[in-house]
Design a protein around this ligand. Structure first.
Ligand SMILES: Cc1ncc(COP(=O)(O)O)c(C=O)c1O
Length: 436
C-alpha cells in the first residue's frame, strides 16, 4: 500500500474514535533503537517510545532474538497449562518488587486488564466494593477503568460505575486548594480522610493511583504524599494499588518501581507498556494475602502467553544487564537539566516535572495566569515532527509535552533532542513553523 492508501484505509475502516497525532497522520514503517522511520524512510528521534512502551529501544536485538526462538518453539497455550516462560517471568518479577513483598502475579494483555484484576482482588480481599481513585488519573479503557479515570476526555460514554469516588490529586503546579508546597502541609493527601468520611461508607476496598500521573501530564506528587494517603486508606480497611503502567521497570530512575521513590510498599502493583517493549502484556502483582483473596477460578486466554512472557523476561534481563536503572537516573538528570535550560529561555514553558526518563513540560500562555497553551502544544508537536523528533502530548488540558525516550539512550541523544526541541520552540514563538 502507498502511504496515502494506508491513511485512507485507516480512516475508512477503523472506528472514528481512533485518533492520530498531527494534522497529517504519520505513517511509521519501521524502527530501530531510538529511531523510527516513516513510509518515506525519513528518520525521527523517538522520545515518546510508542506511549512510554519502548523501554529498551525499538526492535532490540537481544530481546528479539529470544522472541524469535520462542515463536518457533511454543506460541500459545493459555493460563490453563503450565509453561516455563510464564513461571520464569513471575519468579523474576517477585524478586524485583519492593521488599520482595509482592510475589504473586497474574498476567493479562494490557494495563487496563491489569487494573481490572487489581480492583477485583481489592474487592475480593476486603469484602468492600468502594474504590478511591484520583482526579487527573488515567487507568485504561474498559468500562471500569474509564470510571476510575479522572479526566473527562477519557471517560467516553459516561463511564458510570457505582462505588468509585475521586480524591484531589497532588497537582502542585495547579494546587486544587490554591496552596503552595510545602507550607500546604500536603493538604491534598490529608483531604482523603474527609473524602472517606463523606463520600464512602467509611470502609473501602482500596485506593488506586499512579506514582506519576502519566496521561495527566506527568503530575508528580511531593515526597510525603503516598505515605500519608496509604496510611489513611489502610485505616479505612482498604489496600493500596500502585498503577505503574507507565512508571515501572526503571523508567523513573534508580528504582524498579515509581512508588519506591515514596518509601511506601503497595499491596498491589499493576503494569504493562514497557514490560514487553511493545509486546502486549499486562501484569497484576500482589502480596500473597491479597492474591489469595481472589477465591474461585479465573482464566485469561492470552494472559501468560509464552511469547509475550519471553519478551518481558528478556526486557527485564536487558534492563538489569545494561544497568538501565542507573542510566535512567543519570541520563534522566541530564535530560532534566537540559529541559530546565529550555525553561529559562522559553517563557511558554511553565513547569518542568517528572522523574528519571519520564519528564514533561507544561506549556502556558502566561506564567502568571498559567492559562494552558493548548494551541501552542499542538503546534510544537507539529514543529518537532517536521524537525525529526517525536514527543508525546497529554495533560488534562492538552498542554503538556511528554518526554519518555528508551532507557538505553545516551547524553548525545539528549543533546540532539534538546537541540531539535529548542529549534521547534523558537519556530513556534516566531511563527515561522508553518513555512518550514
Ligand atoms: C497509568 C496507566 N494505566 C493504565 C493504562 C491502560 O493501559 P492499556 O492501554 O495497556 O490498556 C495506561 C495507558 O496509557 C496508563 O497510562
Amino acid at each position: 500500500m502507498t502511504k496515502e492508501e494506508i491513511v485512507l484505509a485507516s480512516q475508512e475502516y477503523l472506528f472514528p474514535a481512533v485518533f492520530h497525532y498531527y494534522r497529517e497522520p504519520l505513517v511509521i514503517a519501521r524502527a530501530k533503537n531510538q529511531f523510527v522511520y516513516d513510509a518515506d524512510d525519513r528518520p525521527y528521534l523517538d522520545f515518546f517510545g510508542g506511549i512510554l512502551t519502548i523501554s529498551v529501544g525499538h526492535c532490540n536485538d537481544q530481546v528479539n532474538s529470544r522472541i524469535h526462538r520462542q515463536v518457533d518453539t511454543l506460541q500459545h497455550v493459555s493460563t490453563v497449562f503450565v509453561t516455563e516462560p510464564q513461571a520464569a517471568l513471575a519468579q523474576k518479577i517477585a524478586s524485583l518488587t519492593p521488599g520482595r513483598r509482592l510475589t504473586k502475579s497474574f498476567f493479562t494483555n494490557s494495563g487496563t486488564e491489569a487494573n481490572e484484576t487489581a480492583i477485583l482482588a481489592a474487592r475480593c480481599y476486603t469484602g468492600s466494593t468502594e474504590i478511591i481513585a484520583l482526579r487527573h488519573s488515567y487507568h485504561g479503557r474498559s468500562a471500569m477503568a474509564m470510571a476510575l479515570t479522572g479526566q473527562a476526555i477519557w471517560r467516553v460514554g459516561g463511564a458510570v460505575q457505582p462505588g468509585i469516588v475521586h480524591a484531589h490529586n497532588a497537582y502542585c503546579y495547579r494546587c486544587p486548594f490554591g496552596l503552595t508546597y510545602p507550607s500546604c502541609d500536603v493538604r491534598c493527601a490529608r483531604d482523603l480522610e474527609e473524602l472517606i468520611r463523606t463520600a464512602t461508607s467509611g470502609r473501602v476496598a482500596g485506593f488506586i493511583a499512579e506514582p506519576i500521573q502519566g496521561v495527566g501530564g506527568f503530575i508528580t506528587p511531593p515526597p510525603e504524599y503516598f505515605a500519608i494517603v496509604a496510611e489513611i486508606v489502610r485505616k479505612a480497611g482498604g489496600i493500596f494499588i500502585s498503577d505503574e503502567v507507565q512508571t515501572a521497570w526503571g523508567r523513573t530512575g534508580g528504582k524498579w518501581f515509581g512508588i519506591e521513590h515514596y518509601g511506601v510498599t503497595p499491596d498491589v502493583i499493576t503494569s504493562a507498556k514497557g514490560l514487553g517493549n511493545g509486546f502486549p502484556i499486562g501484569v497484576t502483582v500482589a502480596t500473597p494475602e491479597v492474591a489469595a483473596g481472589v477465591k474461585g477460578l479465573t482464566i485469561s486466554t492470552f494472559g501468560g502467553n509464552p511469547v509475550t512472557t519471553t519478551a518481558a523476561k528478556a526486557v527485564l534481563d536487558f534492563i538489569e544487564e545494561e544497568n538501565l536503572l542507573a542510566n535512567a537516573d543519570e541520563t534522566g538528570a541530564y535530560l532534566r537539566g537540559r529541559l530546565e535550560e529550555l525553561r529559562e529561555k522559553h517563557a511558554i514553558i511553565g513547569d518542568v516535572r517528572g522523574m528519571g526518563l519520564m519528564q514533561a513540560l507544561e506549556l502556558v500562555e502566561d506564567r502568571q495566569t498559567k492559562a494552558p497553551a493548548v494551541h501552542a502544544a499542538a503546534e510544537l508537536m507539529e514543529a518537532a515532527r517536521r524537525n525529526g523528533l517525536l514527543v508525546g502530548k497529554g495533560g488534562t488540558y492538552g498542554n503538556c509535552i511528554r518526554i519518555s525516550p528508551p532507557m538505553n539512550i545516551t547524553r548525545s541523544d539528549v543533546d540532539e533532542f534538546a537541540r531539535i526541541l529548542d529549534r521547534s520552540l523558537e519556530e513556534c514563538a516566531n511563527g515561522t513553523g508553518s513555512r518550514l
